[in-house]
Design a protein around this ligand. Structure first.
Ligand SMILES: Cc1cc2nc3c(=O)[nH]c(=O)nc-3n(C[C@H](O)[C@H](O)[C@H](O)COP(=O)(O)OP(=O)(O)OC[C@H]3O[C@@H](n4cnc5c(N)ncnc54)[C@H](O)[C@@H]3O)c2cc1C
Length: 280
C-alpha cells in the first residue's frame, strides 16, 4: 500500500518545529529517520495530516560530555552513536547494543530519539537507557521538562511524550570508571527484532542494573535479581541461583510464535552467559 496524502514541512530550527507542532496538535507527526514511521504510513496504521521533518535540526545531532553525564541529541543516528569515541570510552554498552539493531541501511537513517519515541518493547536502546538510568528532555512551545526513564515508557508503543513535544536529548550518568556493561540478545536472524535481550551494567561500588527487552510491554528491570546479586561476591553457585531467580520474575506476554516459557528460558540463558563472562 502507499501512504495516505499528507502535508510536509521541514523546519530549519527547533523553535519553528515546536510552533508547527503547537499549531497542528494531534494532526501533526514528527518524522526523523523515517525507519519506523514510513512503514506505519505505508500500512496506513498512521495517517497524519502534517509531517514535521526534524531532520535538519543540527542542534539535536550533538553528543556532549559533562563532568558526570553524557548528553546525546535526539537526532543522533545509530551509526554516529556507534562510531563516537566519547560513547565508546564512557558508555561501551551502547555500541554493543547498536550492533544488534536492524542492518547498516537502517542504522544510517534511524535515530535514537525515533527509537525511544517509538517504544517498541524489543528495542535495544530503550533497554540500554533503562540499564543506564537515563533522563529524557522533552521540549514543546510550552517549555522543557525532564522525564526519568522509568516514567517515560508507558506500554507497547506508549510513552510520556505529548503530541506537541520533541525528545531533544537523552542524558546518561557517566558510569564509574571500573564499571562493566554487557549487552546480549537472541534474535532469529541477525538484524531481526530480539526475542529477548538483556542490558547489564555493574561496578565495584554499586550493584548491577539488569534491563530486559522483549519480555514485557516495555523494557523492565529485573529488580529481585539485581538485589540478590548486589549482596555478595559472584561465584558459580550464586550465578546459578541468580539465573533461577530471574526466571521467576519474568512473565512474558502470550505470543503464538515465541511462547512465554521459551522467552523466559532465553533470559535465563543470557544472564548465565553474562555472569559466566564476569566470573571468568
Ligand atoms: C528492517 C528494519 C529492522 C529494524 N530492526 C530494529 C531492531 O532490531 N531494533 C530496534 O530497536 N529497531 C529496529 N527497527 C526500527 C528502527 O531502528 C527504529 O525504530 C528507528 O531507529 C526509529 O528512528 P527513526 O529516526 O527512523 O524514527 P521515525 O521512523 O522517523 O519515527 C518513529 C516515531 O518516533 C517519533 N519521533 C521520531 N523522532 C522523535 C523525536 N525526536 N521526538 C519525538 N518523537 C519522535 C515519530 O513521530 C514516530 O512516531 C527496524 C526498522 C526496520 C525498517
Amino acid at each position: 500500500m502507499k501512504a495516505p496524502n499528507f502535508e510536509y514541512r521541514r523546519p530549519e530550527s527547533l523553535t519553528e518545529a515546536l510552533e508547527l507542532l503547537a499549531q497542528h496538535g494531534d494532526d501533526a507527526t514528527i518524522i526523523a529517520g523515517g525507519q519506523s514511521l514510513l512503514a506505519l504510513l505505508n500500512f496506513r496504521m498512521a495517517a497524519p495530516e502534517l509531517l514535521v521533518d526534524i531532520g535538519r535540526l543540527e542542534e539535536l545531532k550533538q553528543i556532549t560530555g559533562g563532568a558526570d553525564h553524557v548528553e546525546i541529541g535526539g537526532l543522533v543516528r545509530h551509526c554516529d552513536l556507534a562510531a563516537s569515541p566519547l560513547i565508546a570510552q564512557t558508555l561501551p554498552l551502547l555500541p554493543q547494543a547498536i550492533g544488534h539493531i536492524a542492518h547498516p541501511a537502517v542504522r544510517h537513517r534511524g535515530t535514537i530519539g525515533g527509537s525511544l519515541a517509538m517504544a517498541d518493547p524489543a528495542a535495544e536502546l530503550a533497554a540500554c537507557c533503562l540499564a543506564l538510568d537515563a533522563t529524557f528532555s522533552l521540549v514543546s512551545a510550552r517549555g522543557q521538562r525532564w522525564v526519568g526513564v522509568g516514567d517515560f515508557f508507558q506500554g507497547v508503543y506508549e510513552t510520556a511524550l505529548e503530541s506537541d513535544e520533541v525528545l531533544t536529548a537523552i542524558r546518561l550518568p557517566k558510569p564509574a570508571p571500573d564499571s562493566v556493561g554487557i549487552f546480549k540478545e537472541v534474535a532469529r536472524r541477525q538484524g531481526d527484532f530480539a526475542m529477548a535481550g538483556l542490558a547489564f551494567v555493574t561496578a565495584a561500588d554499586s550493584g548491577p542494573r539488569i534491563a530486559l527487552l522483549g519480555v514485557a510491554d516495555r523494557p523492565m528491570l529485573a529488580r529481585r535479581t539485581m538485589a540478590f546479586l548486589k549482596d555478595s561476591p559472584l561465584n558459580e553457585a550464586r550465578a546459578k541461583e541468580a539465573v533461577d531467580l530471574i526466571g521467576t520474575e519474568v512473565d512474558p506476554p502470550e505470543d503464538p510464535t515465541y511462547p512465554p516459557a521459551y522467552r523466559r528460558h532465553l533470559v535465563q540463558v543470557l544472564l548465565q552467559r553474562v555472569l559466566m563472562e564476569l566470573i571468568q
